[in-house]
Design a protein around this ligand. Structure first.
Ligand SMILES: Nc1ncnc2c1ncn2[C@@H]1O[C@H](COP(=O)(O)OP(=O)(O)OP(=O)(O)O)[C@@H](O)[C@H]1O
Ligand SMILES: [Mg+2]
Length: 300
């Protein structure tokens, strides 16, 4: 029932009509299990007393366990949309539910982990203590906290830095700590805003694989913002393409979760299916709506 079963498709399958298709498919009335991870219905956002319309009529449902990326030009409202889901910003119109609850309730229940553009670490806590913070807030016993933070820091390649302070780390390392912290409580929803932007290519690929592994193991849904088309295609079940301000959803490209369970004998990123999906997202970003064949098969 999740989009994990979406077939891998090409540009020909991308239609703007899918945009609002599933909104409200699973509504708040259901049980927590049955509810979508995120349900946005006609969400709009106007900043500064009407001066900036950041988002217009966004309807989107993210199923439990689904990985959805948002991609679109700078300033089209991707971060704003994530902040609305996280209840850090209020929508001017429309409604938001997270696991069938209000966004406020979900925030208070810590139903999600967040990793945003800025790492947002607490300078006075060590790396390990930053990762342990969400667990401390939930009174996870000390031994369990220690074990989990050690495991996460190993995943992030930061074991040797556990006792250091954020100011002693590079920007990319700080970002890796923030990602480890977001994963600490195995949240059922992860909200990630360009979390890998500051990482070198090899670390980025390792973190992408780890993120998919952890999301797969915990069944977490992920709403992920990126400017990288290959990253979006590798990670996602569906890629949501947004237009320039005011941000709207113009296309939803099913990309089939290609990075999940990769064939060890094949490099997913060099397969024709991967190139086709990248071309489909590029075409959608350019504003082609699948009326004709997609020219070329390049990754940029
Ligand atoms: N607190 C705010 N007050 C006023 N305007 C804001 C505020 N936050 C965002 N905006 C405006 O809303 C629009 C969308 O901003 P947002 O940060 O969501 O874009 P984005 O898609 O995340 O861009 P980028 O890819 O550069 O990160 C921009 O025009 C921005 O100036
Ligand atoms: Mg942003």
């Amino acid at each position: 029932m999740t989009a994990k079963q979406h077939p891998v498709t090409t540009a020909f399958d991308t239609t703007a009509s899918e945009t609002g298709e599933s909104s409200g498919a699973v509504r708040a009335e259901g049980t927590a299990e049955a509810a979508a991870a995120v349900d946005l219905v006609h969400v709009g956002k106007v900043f500064a007393a009407g001066a900036v319309t950041a988002l217009s009529d966004i309807s989107l449902t993210i199923a439990a366990g689904e990985f959805v990326s948002l991609i679109g030009p700078s300033g089209c409202g991707k971060s704003t949309l994530l902040r609305i889901v996280a209840d850090l910003e209020q929508p001017s119109s429309g409604s938001v539910t997270v696991h069938g609850k209000s966004a406020e309730r979900a925030r208070k229940d810590q139903d999600y982990g967040i990793a945003f553009q800025q790492a947002g670490l607490l300078d006075w806590r060590t790396v390990a203590a930053n990762v342990e913070l969400p667990m401390e807030l939930h009174r996870v016993p000390k031994a369990e906290r220690r074990a989990r933070s050690a495991e996460l820091l190993e995943m992030a390649g930061l074991t040797d830095f556990a006792k250091r302070y954020p100011a002693e780390l590079s920007g990319g390392m700080q970002q890796r700590v923030a990602i480890a912290r977001a994963l600490a409580r195995k949240p059922s929803l992860l909200l990630m805003d360009e979390p890998f932007g500051a990482l070198d290519e090899m670390t980025r690929e390792r973190m992408q694989a780890e993120l998919l592994r952890i999301a797969g193991e915990t069944g977490a849904a992920v709403l992920f913002v990126t400017h990288s088309i290959p990253e979006a295609v590798f990670l996602s079940d569906r890629v949501v393409v947004m237009s320039a301000r005011p941000g709207r959803v113009t296309d939803i490209v099913p990309t089939g979760g290609q990075g999940r369970d990769p064939d060890p004998d094949q490099d997913v990123r060099s397969s024709p299916v991967f190139f086709d999906a990248v071309a489909a997202v590029r075409a959608a970003l350019r504003g082609d709506h699948g009326d004709g064949p997609v020219a070329g098969r390049d990754l940029r």
